[in-house]
Design a protein around this ligand. Structure first.
Ligand code: 5GP
Length: 204
């Protein structure tokens, strides 16, 4: 049966860009704070629109699982999974290695905190037949998304796509994921940050 994601037209990318401009704060020329609707307080209506937009983009990819990283990916990922009518799986951030063989783990360096952690996936929730859509809130250097993709591949499944809410296009994550051959769809693409400055890439 065909997947229906959006019953009426919502310009989600415009909604997201407008919220970033209205509420986002550039903490430096590389870090954007969006605590008011995504990272601390969550706007469910915006997350629902975001989920429907990811669904619309990826509906023909045969997605069987949506995968995200705790904690800020969870809200958009759950709406995406609901729209695609598939389960959503959360990758956990553990401080140390788990050695019981029940999980896949890979080491990630956090862009915002500068610390590293073990991104962890239970063997129970992704199998080799899965076609996985990875959703994350931000794309900076591509560490988190690449690590999530490695875990999917360790489970023998396919990374069918990567959906990002806010890509900082001036950092190297997008190029890294494109070069690795992943299909990446970013809703808002920030081209420049600075004191009082938030600019977006103009689509050609
Ligand atoms: P990457 O792994 O691509 O270097 O960084 C992506 C991760 O770091 C995201 O999961 C997000 O949690 C965090 N992150 C990166 N840049 C920003 C930013 O400018 N603002 C916020 N709030 N989080 C960011």
């Amino acid at each position: 049966m065909a997947i229906v994601c959006i019953e009426f037209e919502v310009k989600t990318v415009k909604l997201l860009e407008d919220r970033i401009l209205a509420e986002g704060k550039a903490l430096s020329d590389s870090v954007l704070k969006v605590d008011g609707f995504l990272n601390h307080q969550v706007d469910p209506d915006l997350m629902e629109a975001i989920g429907k937009d990811f669904c619309e983009h990826f509906k023909s990819f045969g997605i069987t699982r949506v995968l995200t990283i705790e904690s800020s990916g969870i809200a958009p990922a759950v709406y995406t999974a609901q729209a695609l009518n598939v389960p959503m799986v959360i990758l956990k951030k553990q401080t140390s290695k788990i050695l019981n063989g029940q999980v896949f783990q890979t080491n990630i360096t956090s862009f915002t905190k500068g610390t590293s952690y073990e991104l962890t996936l239970s063997r129970d929730y992704i199998s080799k037949d899965d076609k996985v859509l990875i959703i994350d809130d931000f794309l900076a250097n591509g560490e988190a998304a690449s690590g999530a993709a490695r875990l999917v591949q360790m489970a023998g499944a396919e990374v069918s796509g990567i959906g990002i809410l806010i890509e900082k296009s001036f950092q190297n994550g997008r190029t890294k994921l494109d070069d690795a051959g992943f299909h990446v769809y970013s809703q808002a693409r920030v081209s420049r940050l600075g004191e009082g400055i938030i600019e977006f890439l103009k689509e050609a």
